[in-house]
Design a binder for this molecule. Structure first.
Ligand code: NAP
Length: 253
């Protein structure tokens, strides 16, 4: 940042943390622009200026940072939005701007996580779940459904935020919902569809955690796809408050 230059923060968003950060910085009279991928038809919008849609890769984002006079880049995208995070790291480096990753804690810290089946990929999740149950509840996201193609004749409950691009297999029940969820609702849904194995990814946070408590109560096994690693070189914090502290330090030198 040049002496006397005011901070203008780009928040790579699409999460509750990104919205909370935009609100907190706006409250502190810091100039913020939040970006969303533009995939959700009715997104929850953060306060302040919003950029909707991709930037066109690393070069596009680096150009945007420069042309918009962005002073700091804070990546608060979902823990599984790994492409955007990698692009953010590289583009900030090209543009010579400080970069911070905010990633909420994962669910490994929950006491019941020791009983879950941790896997490294969606294919492994499917293979592991096959040995555990016959009626899966798939909550790993719309973009992962191709990995469950071998289950097209299996009665599966699938929950996604946005409608699917193509018709789902007729054996599947697709529920559109976006959370936050509560335990009673999850218990009722899981009982109604008689699911006997839950597939999820380690998103962390409270919005979608009720299914884990419900699975525990119903003694349904849980298969969890572990988080991908953060790109090397990225400074990472676990909370919005820590991101605000980082920015305070980064702007005062
Ligand atoms: P991704 O695979 O990491 O990113 C793919 C491309 O989408 C990026 O290269 C970028 O396009 C564009 N993009 C992604 N996030 C963006 C953002 N915040 N602002 C502007 N462009 C963005 O991302 P994803 O996993 O599909 O997630 C997309 C969005 O949904 C993210 O904002 C994420 O926070 C949110 N989300 C994701 C999940 C999940 O499970 N993955 C769950 C909840 C919310 P260009 O290369 O053209 O710049």
């Amino acid at each position: 940042m040049k002496p006397g230059e005011a901070a203008r923060v780009l928040i790579l968003g699409g999460t509750a943390e990104a919205r909370a950060l935009a609100a907190a910085l706006t409250e502190r009279a810091i100039d913020v622009i939040s970006s969303l991928a533009g995939r959700v038809s009715k997104p929850r919008l953060p306060v302040g200026e919003v950029h909707i849609g991709g930037f066109g890769g690393v070069e596009g984002l680096a150009g945007y940072i420069q042309s918009e006079h962005i002073t700091h880049v804070i990546d608060a995208t979902h823990p599984f939005a790994t492409t955007m995070t990698r692009h953010g790291v590289e583009a900030a480096q090209i543009a010579g701007r400080p970069f911070l990753r905010v990633a909420r804690p994962g669910w490994r810290e929950r006491p019941d996580s020791a009983t879950w089946h941790w896997v490294a990929s969606y294919d492994e999740a499917r293979q592991t779940a096959e040995a555990l149950g016959r009626r899966p509840f798939i909550t790993t996201g719309r973009q992962t459904l191709a990995h469950y193609e071998p289950w097209r004749d299996r009665r599966a409950l699938v929950r996604v935020v946005e409608p699917l691009d193509a018709d789902a297999p007729t054996a599947w029940t697709v529920v559109l919902d976006r959370g936050p969820y509560d335990v009673d609702g999850e218990l009722s849904l899981m009982r109604q569809h008689a699911v006997d194995v839950l597939l999820t990814k380690d998103s962390g946070g409270a919005y979608t955690a009720a299914k884990l408590a419900a699975a525990r109560e119903l003694q349904i096994p849980v298969v969890v796809v572990a988080r991908p690693a953060t790109p090397t070189g990225a400074t990472e914090v676990r909370s919005v408050d820590a991101a605000i502290d980082w920015l305070a330090t980064a702007t005062t030198g």
